[in-house]
Write a protein that binds this ligand. Structure first.
Ligand SMILES: [Zn+2]
Length: 128
């Protein structure tokens, strides 16, 4: 179909980013099969329904995998890249802030926070 190529920034992804820019972290919940969906999309990847509603997650999750990306100090120092499983059952790539990158461990409980239009995580129970 000529001209039908989607841009990478679809409507739902743009809306997701607008919410983030306002400091709100939203994921989707499929009204047909009740699965949560993230990253946002037009159609449920589990059942194909387009009845995806925006919901605010509890924000609690567990570190599933962690990588430390080594950088020189003058480039900002090491950064942590983590895969976080939200309690809603979706996984996202983010980072855990507030502790040294090498102190992030699989299984740690973390809480989502929006910073500069990005979802980042703090250790649950840590004073912010
Ligand atoms: Zn579904």
């Amino acid at each position: 179909m000529p001209g039908a190529e989607e841009s990478t920034m679809t409507g739902v992804q743009a809306r997701h980013q607008v919410a983030l820019d306002e400091g709100r972290f939203l994921i989707q919940r499929c009204e047909a099969c009740t699965c949560h969906v993230y990253f946002p999309r037009e159609v449920c990847p589990h059942c194909g329904s387009d009845r995806l509603a925006w919901v605010q997650p509890q924000g609690l999750g567990t570190v599933y995998a962690v990588t430390t990306v080594r950088r020189k100090a003058d480039a900002g120092g090491d950064v942590n890249v983590s895969l976080i499983d939200l309690d809603e059952g979706v996984r996202l790539m983010s980072r855990v802030e507030g502790i040294a990158p090498s102190d992030v461990r699989i299984g740690q409980r973390v809480r989502a926070r929006v910073a500069d239009g990005l979802v980042v995580f703090d250790l649950e129970g840590a004073s912010a």
